[in-house]
Design a protein around this ligand. Structure first.
Ligand code: UD1
Ligand code: CA
Length: 487
């Protein structure tokens, strides 16, 4: 018996079941690819197993297998997939996986469902421990509402006798609140043997993995239970549970960052992907989403109302009411409010992308400023330059994008159109309202606009008796009273 029982702390194999359609999701997307905090359900499940250093990880795919395999290949290159052609039940899915692992004859096998994103590494490690030296172990929790879950039937000795599915349970079994998480560890050889004995004599006519427990128990093996928090075993079968899983994970992650030294004024309104990193002494205000590979250094203040995606924010950065994507915000640089940093934006130290500004594929040198209402696309702006309000970098001729280069310490006048490709030399100025189509030499003032002309007394002649005309007559500076205009 001892030879065939589990005897190692590292799983010989991890098997993840992800072939089901997920009917209750009512989606064209395979269930396990639905995302919680930016990561598909199956990604969360695999992530929880990584620290266990399994020798093999096999994911059973079926419905939407191309999409699922594609995701896994890109994100978890070590995991292999095996196809379950027909979804004949969770027991059949494990059988398919085991048959693909010809050399797997001993050691603990960890089995998980691909739709349980809240599993913790600690629980999985405990489960492997509990299975050590016996036939296996199952992770369970007491649920206030266990509807839909398999129920744990215990023996007097408190070990597990069997698992009964909700639809096959008697009324008194339905009263049991201890639910099956769908996570198990079995000794490899015993699992192989028991899978051979599973039938489909149940309400769904499926091969249930849960039957392995009863089968092993009936042949004299002990199956232990590890009880954990109800939250940890949440299975996502519909979109309500998907949202619930998101809430739990969101809170776990904000708790973790607060304990690591990050201030959050209203953690309940902050959503941080698992993939984000934050240094101590960052402050996060209300309504902030941090996603993807975002990383934020000490002293930065983010929020309120920001969505920060794949963005690096150096020390003491500030982002207010803005959206940033694939960008880099330098030390002490500031963004917003109401600003949009699109991919390829790089703000140098102390640079500023102020209010109502959009930047794309643009670099701002140290201390360069785009303070108000501007569009900066495909541009390089040197250090200390200032871009006047409502300037547009006219980068698109309808067919191609072109580059604008602005040198150091340039002053671009308000409402300048910089028609790319164009270069503004170091220290140059442009006059407000100019349309700049030609390069400007260093130190020059470029004026690209019509000269102003005043048509005297136009209002008195063309709008006689109007409020404007009366006001003009009353103004001692008006030309009609003999004084010249102000220009
Ligand atoms: C299963 C368990 C139940 C447990 C619950 C925990 C069984 C029979 N029941 O029920 O005791 O409380 O999980 O969440 O195991 N899958 C396949 N191939 C199949 C069928 C399913 O790969 O042929 C995959 C699904 O994609 C899913 C996982 O197995 O990721 C679980 O299947 P699901 O149909 O969600 O099982 P539950 O009814 O939730
Ligand atoms: Ca499920």
């Amino acid at each position: 018996m001892a030879a065939s029982s589990t005897a190692s702390s590292k799983p010989a194999a991890v098997i993840i079941l992800a072939a089901g359609l997920g009917t209750r999701m009512k989606s064209v997307k395979p269930k396990v690819l639905h995302e919680v905090l930016g990561m598909p359900l199956v990604g969360h499940v695999i992530s929880a197993t990584l620290s266990l250093e399994p020798q093999n990880t096999v994911v059973v795919v079926g419905h939407g297998k191309e999409q699922v395999s594609d995701y896994l290949a890109k994100n978890f290159a070590k995991a292999t997939t095996v196809t379950q052609e027909q979804q004949l039940g969770t027991g059949h899915a494990v059988l398919v996986a085991i048959e693909s692992l010809k050399n797997l004859t001993s050691g603990p096998v960890l089995i998980l469902a691909g739709d349980t994103p809240l599993l913790t590494e600690a629980d999985l490690a405990k489960l492997i421990q509990a299975a050590n030296g016996v036939g296996g172990a199952v992770l369970t929790a007491h649920l206030t509402d266990p509807t839909g879950y398999g129920r744990i039937i215990r023996t007097g000795s408190s070990d597990v006798e069997s698992i009964v599915e909700q639809r096959d349970a008697t009324d008194s079994q339905k009263e049991i609140t201890e639910a099956n998480s769908g996570v198990y560890v079995f000794a490899a050889a015993l699992l192989r043997e028991a899978l051979g004995k599973i039938d489909s004599k149940n309400d769904q006519g499926e091969m249930y993995l849960t039957d392995v427990v009863g089968i092993l128990r009936n042949s004299g093996h002990v199956i232990r239970a590890v009880v954990t928090d109800s939250q940890n075993i949440l299975g996502v079968n519909d979109r309500r549970q998907l949202a619930q899983a998101g809430q739990v994970l969101r809170e776990r992650i904000t708790d973790q960052w607060m304990l690591a030294g990050v201030t959050m004024v209203d953690p309940n309104s902050v959503w941080i992907d698992r993939t984000v990193s934050i240094e101590p002494d960052v402050t996060i205000l209300q309504n902030v989403q941090l996603t993807g590979s975002t990383s934020i250094k000490s002293g930065s203040v983010i929020g309120p109302d920001c969505t920060i995606t794949n963005t690096v924010i150096d020390n003491d950065g500030s982002v207010i009411r803005s959206t940033t994507i694939d960008s880099h915000i330098g030390k002490g640089a500031s963004v917003g409010p109401f600003t949009y940093l699109r991919p390829g934006t790089k703000l140098g130290p102390k640079a500023k992308a102020g209010g109502f500004v959009e930047l794309k594929n643009a670099t701002l040198g140290e201390g360069a400023k785009v303070p108000h209402l501007s569009y900066v696309g495909d541009a390089q702006i040197g250090q200390g330059s200032n871009i006047g309000a409502a300037t547009v970098f006219v980068n698109y001729d309808g067919q191609e994008k072109h580059q604008t280069v602005v040198g150091d310490h340039v002053r671009i006048g308000s409402d300048t159109m910089l028609v790319a490709p164009v270069t503004i030399g170091d220290g140059a100025y442009t006059a407000a309202g100019s349309v700049i189509t030609e390069d400007v030499p260093a130190g020059a003032m470029a004026v690209g606009r019509a000269r102003q002309r005043n048509i005297l007394d136009w209002v008195l002649r063309r709008r006689p008796g109007s409020d404007s005309a009366k006001a003009a007559v009353a103004d001692s500076s008006s030309s009609s009273t003999g004084n010249s205009n102000k220009g």
